[in-house]
Design a binder for this molecule. Structure first.
Ligand code: UDP
Ligand code: MG
Length: 315
């Protein structure tokens, strides 16, 4: 049995000055009651507001706080990667800064971990304070992912999860640049268990994800974990080629046998435009994957760190 003593809470924060003090208050009172030696690692994802100053104040007051500041806004996935890369404890637990993932549940996560699970992931049973459109699009995304990907991503699962040392070590070997953390978390395997919880509304401020960002995240997720769209393009092409062949034979026969006079400009235009559109879509799909290859090939670092602090009681 590997050691299960120490725990790091990893929190990515982007422009969260309004929520962090209350969040840390709640968090530290929960951690006082947790039966594990714990610390909190905040990753400032290049915030433009006073987030870093707020974090410095928290660190000055609490020796269990550790800080990392990224050189710019790299996005939540990379901010979490930066945090998880720095965890040396027996487990890490990822939490949103805005209080939507209630820290009061941490003891329940730890209990499951002690039962012997390597990954404990929170599953949302309710999404308060989110519009029907967000719920609808989120549900649609999980359905599509379920269909397309070989590593089924559990639906309604965010980044709220606890991971044991072996899982953290495994994650650290996945250095792809285009990161879709929910997928990577699942891909590594190990003994995983779901912990249902009710997702609370944000404490303050607005969501940092608009629909365009979410759409891009969805494309990221699909293209990182599935090549099915490429195959769909192939089948579409095959299907339309077959249909065109059958129709071509028909036209030839009609001209030869029934001596049909030339006609059909509208149908010609329809077919030309339709096939042109299909080709562009297929090219676009190929382009998506090619672009990802290009980004991987450059071998840039995943993120850049501008500043780091470590409290006296950090592990
Ligand atoms: N976040 C981040 N970098 C970003 C966007 C968001 O680190 O570029 C953090 C944010 O501070 C929060 C978490 O990711 O802790 C979730 O963001 P948010 O609450 O805006 O997303 P939602 O809950 O609406 O999906
Ligand atoms: Mg949120």
């Amino acid at each position: 049995m590997p050691s299960q003593r120490t725990l790091t809470i990893v929190i990515a924060a982007y422009n969260e000055e309004a929520v962090l003090p209350e969040m840390h208050q709640r968090l530290s009172s929960v951690l006082d009651g947790v039966d594990a030696e714990s610390q909190v690692l905040y990753v400032d994802d290049g915030s433009r507001d006073g987030t870093w100053a707020v974090l410095e104040a928290l660190a000055a007051a609490d020796p269990r706080v550790r800080l990392v500041r990224l050189a710019r806004n790299f996005g939540k996935e990379l901010a979490l990667t930066a945090g998880l890369d720095r965890v040396h404890t027996d487990a890490a637990l990822v939490l949103d800064a805005d209080g939507q993932d209630p820290p009061e549940l941490i003891p329940a996560f730890v209990a499951k971990w002690r039962e012997g699970f390597d990954v404990v992931y929170g599953t949302r049973t309710r999404r308060d304070g989110e519009t029907w459109l967000k719920r609808f699009t989120a549900a649609g995304f999980y359905r599509v992912m379920q269909r397309l990907s070989q590593t089924p991503i559990p639906p309604d699962t965010g980044d709220f999860r606890l991971m044991s040392r072996p899982v953290l070590d495994a994650l650290r070997t996945l250095r792809e640049r285009q990161r879709f953390m929910k997928g990577l978390f699942t891909w590594v395997g190990f003994r995983q268990v779901s912990l249902p919880y009710e997702r609370a509304p944000r404490l303050a401020g607005g969501s940092k994800f608009n629909y365009w960002k979410l759409w891009n995240l969805a494309i990221e997720g699909i293209t990182s974990f599935s090549t099915v769209p490429l195959r769909v393009a192939t089948y579409l092409g095959l299907f339309s080629a077959l249909a065109a062949f059958v129709w071509g034979v028909f036209i030839v026969l009609r001209t030869l046998v029934w001596d049909d006079p030339v006609q059909g400009w509208p149908s010609l235009m329809t077919v030309v435009l339709f096939l042109g559109g299909l080709q562009l879509v297929a090219l676009g799909i190929i382009g998506e994957y090619l672009g990802r290859l290009y980004l991987e090939a450059k071998q840039r670092p995943l993120y850049l760190v501008a500043d780091e602090r470590k409290g006296d009681r950090c592990l």
